[in-house]
Design a binder for this molecule. Structure first.
Ligand code: GAF
Length: 392
């Protein structure tokens, strides 16, 4: 049996598919088509909402939005992956609408709230086509939000667009996520990982070109949902740990080095202590990873990836059988390092692996998944790709 792949679409394919859907649904052509990528995070997981550092790359897989304005106050949303949604501008606000439309219509509300759309905005028709697999922990929702945000406010500062898309998730879709995914979609650049400092919201580009190595993504295809309570529980625990330790965020302790680690040890509650230990140690690993990338030390980067996975699995408890299998199997097959990426509880893993070991890694992941009765995973080989952009 051949392995299952999830493939990117070229910009031309995406644009054509989005225009086709738009024409079929609305009997006219769009004014333009914009796209935004999914992401994998190399390292720095579950730290963005603690003021931490993360290091995502943009994927070659993008979501496209074909868009034309309206003047009658209607919003009409279409997607190849979801039901049609029609509503009015006044139907959109905190907590509404429900479902996938929150992530698209919510962008309009958030852009207006943040002063990035004029008050006379009169509605819009949108057709989405996505090559980012949905529910795979690869930020399909951020790709959707950011493609539409760029279409509606193309001249706006990209960091401001990202902030509006985070408001969309937090306040309209009610998903208590941090800001990593939207920053990656709008601010990452080709050939680089984006070093995001969530404390200051500042970003810098770190060259990511692992010459002679492949970055393999394993979509476990296990169910994954960030609006489920577990993500919010982790965020609440991290915030409670900071409160008990008398700091505004755990980042403040991470910046103290061993004094910060000692402070975390003083937490009486075992669960809070382990959650905080993950955050502090993960921020340190990001700093090491940036140094490893600058010096081209991919062996060290690999060790950091696996240390991150162990911390996420043991201290933060957001891994699962499917993710552990992807990580262990790729390591057995010769990966330099591997880890779950994104929010966890399902979703995807990454492995940094010599190209001649990729086939064996895929076969090992698949056969061990089969032995354990796990869903058959899907694979992609990825490079650090361009951010959100206009296609036509
Ligand atoms: C999800 C969230 F959307 C991000 O903000 C981040 O917290 C990530 O999980 C975990 O690092 O992708």
């Amino acid at each position: 049996m051949t392995a299952r792949w999830f493939r990117p679409m070229s910009d031309a394919e995406l644009a054509e598919a989005a225009v086709d859907l738009f024409r079929r649904e609305f009997d006219r052509g769009p004014d333009g088509v914009w796209a935004a990528p999914g992401r994998v995070n190399l390292i720095g997981e579950h730290v963005d909402y603690a003021g931490g550092l993360c290091l995502p790359i943009a994927l070659p897989h993008s979501t496209a939005a074909a868009v034309s304005p309206r003047s009658d106050g209607l919003i009409r949303l279409r997607s190849t992956d979801a039901d049609r949604w029609d509503g009015r501008l006044e139907d959109v606000g905190p907590g509404r609408p429900a479902g996938w439309a929150a992530y698209a219509a919510g962008v309009i509300w958030a852009l207006r709230e943040n002063g990035l759309l004029t008050d006379d905005f009169g509605g819009v028709d949108v057709a989405f086509v996505s090559a980012v697999p949905i529910g795979a922990g690869l930020s399909s929702s951020a790709a959707l939000e950011c493609s539409l945000a760029l279409a509606l406010a193309p001249e706006a500062d990209r960091a401001k667009l990202a902030a509006a898309c985070v408001r969309t998730e937090n306040e309209v879709a009610l998903a208590p996520t941090g800001g990593m995914d939207q920053a990656a979609a709008l601010l990452a650049t080709e050939g680089h990982a984006l070093l995001l400092d969530s404390a200051s919201s500042s970003v810098s580009q770190v060259p990511f070109d692992p010459e002679g190595l492949t970055l393999l993504v394993v979509d476990t295809r296990a169910p994954h949902r960030l609006v489920d309570g577990a993500y919010g529980d982790r965020r609440a625990a991290v915030e409670l740990a900071a409160q008990r330790l008398g700091v505004g965020s755990l980042r403040e302790l991470a910046d103290l080095g061993s004094d910060g680690t000692d402070a975390v040890r003083s937490l009486q509650d075992d669960v809070l202590r382990r959650r905080a230990r993950h955050v502090i140690s993960e921020i340190a690993r990001v700093r090491h990873a940036v140094r490893a990338l600058h010096s081209g030390d991919f062996g060290e980067l690999g060790r950091l990836l696996y240390a991150s996975h162990l911390s996420l699995s043991c201290d933060f408890e957001v891994s699962c059988a499917e993710l552990d299998n992807a990580v262990e199997s790729t390591l057995i097959a010769g990966a330099l390092g591997a880890r779950m990426t994104g929010g966890g509880f399902g979703g995807s893993a990454i492995a940094l692996i010599p190209p001649e070991r990729v086939d064996e890694a895929i076969e090992t992941v698949r056969s061990r998944a089969d032995e354990r009765g796990l869903t058959e995973p899907a694979f992609a080989m990825v490079t650090a790709s361009p951010p959100a952009r206009r296609l036509i």
